[in-house]
Design a protein around this ligand. Structure first.
Ligand SMILES: [Zn+2]
Ligand SMILES: [Zn+2]
Length: 130
């Protein structure tokens, strides 16, 4: 018989829910804070969940912020372009086929892109410009 889980809902599912409800990217620490009510207090639990969700391509890591967002865009997940507002940290995917083609062309030239080609463009968003 399967060992009963310590958590009634899998932590990975909870982490995904937190990111689904977020309007800005969240740090692992912030996610952990939001899961205190669900009896999750160990940072490792959150880190492990994030690692799996990244592998499953359900979320993105915004490296410039060291924060995470849900993937809710139609794009080539491994080749993605984001705008990151320097002031409010709002992140938006930018659909750009020529960028995808460019990265694919680099790969065709045997340039070994080992990780996801995620480019983060620093911007000031419309709201922050007001
Ligand atoms: Zn994605
Ligand atoms: Zn902004």
């Amino acid at each position: 018989m399967a060992r009963p889980s310590k958590y009634p809902i899998h932590p990975r599912q909870l982490v995904l829910q937190v990111l689904q409800n977020a309007t800005t990217p969240l740090s692992a620490y912030n996610i952990l804070k939001q899961l205190a009510d669900c009896n999750i207090h160990a940072p490792m639990v959150v880190y492990r969940a994030l690692e799996v969700l990244l592998k499953e391509k359900k979320i993105h890591k915004i490296k410039g912020l060291n924060e995470f967002i849900i993937c809710r865009c139609e794009h080539q997940h491994d080749i993605s372009l984001f705008t990151v507002c320097e002031l409010c940290h709002k992140v938006n995917p930018l659909k750009d086929d020529s960028f995808v083609q460019y990265i694919l062309a680099l790969k065709a030239r045997n340039i070994n892109i080992t990780q996801q080609a995620n480019i983060e463009l620093p911007i000031i968003c419309d709201e922050c410009q007001k």
